[in-house]
Design a protein around this ligand. Structure first.
Ligand SMILES: NC(=O)c1ccc[n+]([C@@H]2O[C@H](COP(=O)([O-])OP(=O)(O)OC[C@H]3O[C@@H](n4cnc5c(N)ncnc54)[C@H](O)[C@@H]3O)[C@@H](O)[C@H]2O)c1
Length: 255
């Protein structure tokens, strides 16, 4: 029970990695505050976490909206009286080269992937200062550190999340808050599967094909990434701050 009595905010909680995070933290004693724009998805995963004995609340909304980002933090603190851990997991992946990237694609990527992380961290840090075990884990991507082809808005936003996490890792360490980022390669979630569907491919067959490109033999499952995020949020990572941890199954970025 690494997170007993800890209050944890999780964004993107109705998504692939988000659901795995909610179940993991619920199973380890955390009180959880969920965020996602998918309200039915929040309710469904909240019910599963409550079945594991966890206290769970949620606020559905759009992370492109600053007031919603700030309300996630203030409502979590109102409901639970404290805040210990923030997991900025939500993300979107607009696909395209610079010539294919519209203003909306660019600003949506920055809004969800970067600005929301800034707003939530800025609102959360005053509540977390000096709390034992305070930690923030942001989700970047290995494509933020080594950009893959044809995803300029996504890669730029994720590169900025990596830089923001290193900055906060430095500045928040004296406040007793560890800030790190996880940089996954491909994960078997709706984010990647809907991309295959849009291109007219069968997602199961496409994932099978993609598995062959990974030295460890398969792309990540959501639980593989949730375990790393939980490690970074836990006392086992008490001396790790300002890091961007690549989780790739030894697959380099190519193409
Ligand atoms: N799947 C991958 O291959 C992969 C690889 C590297 C990094 N990542 C990152 O991992 C994180 C989790 O991704 P996932 O694969 O679970 O994706 P997912 O699409 O399954 O889940 C993302 C969740 O974010 C929510 N969301 C999206 N836009 C939102 C908005 N405007 N307001 C509120 N909520 C919003 C969605 O409703 C969804 O539930 C993301 O940050 C993603 O960029 C994913």
């Amino acid at each position: 029970m690494r997170f007993s009595e800890k209050v944890v905010v999780i964004t993107g909680a109705a998504g692939g990695v988000g659901q795995a995070l909610v179940l993991l933290f619920a199973g380890e004693g955390a009180k959880i505050f969920l965020s996602d724009r998918d309200e039915a998805g929040c309710e469904a995963i909240a019910a599963k976490a409550r079945n594991l004995g966890s206290e769970v609340e949620y606020l559905a909304g759009d992370l492109r909206n600053k007031e919603y980002c700030e309300a996630i933090v203030s409502t979590a603190v109102d409901r639970f009286g404290q805040l210990d851990i923030v997991l900025n997991n939500a993300g979107i992946i607009p696909r395209g080269t610079i010539e294919e990237t519209t203003d909306d694609m660019w600003f949506d990527a920055m809004g969800v992937n970067l600005n929301a992380v800034f707003y939530i961290c800025r609102a959360a840090i005053p509540h977390m200062k000096g709390r034992p075990g305070a930690a923030i884990v942001n989700t970047s991507s290995v494509w933020g550190v080594y950009p893959g082809p044809g995803h300029v808005a996504y890669c730029t936003s994720k590169g900025a999340v990596a830089a923001l996490s290193k900055n906060l890792g430095r500045d928040c360490a004296p406040l007793g808050i560890r800030v790190n980022a996880v940089c996954p390669h491909e994960i078997n979630t709706p984010m990647i599967r809907t991309g295959f569907e849009r291109r007219g491919l069968d997602p199961d067959k496409a994932v099978e094909e993609l598995n062959k490109s990974v030295p460890l033999g398969r792309i990540a499952e959501p639980e593989d990434i949730a375990d790393v995020i939980a490690f970074l949020a836990s006392n086992e990572a008490r001396y790790i701050a300002g890091e961007t941890l690549e989780v790739t199954g030894a697959k380099p970025v190519s193409g």
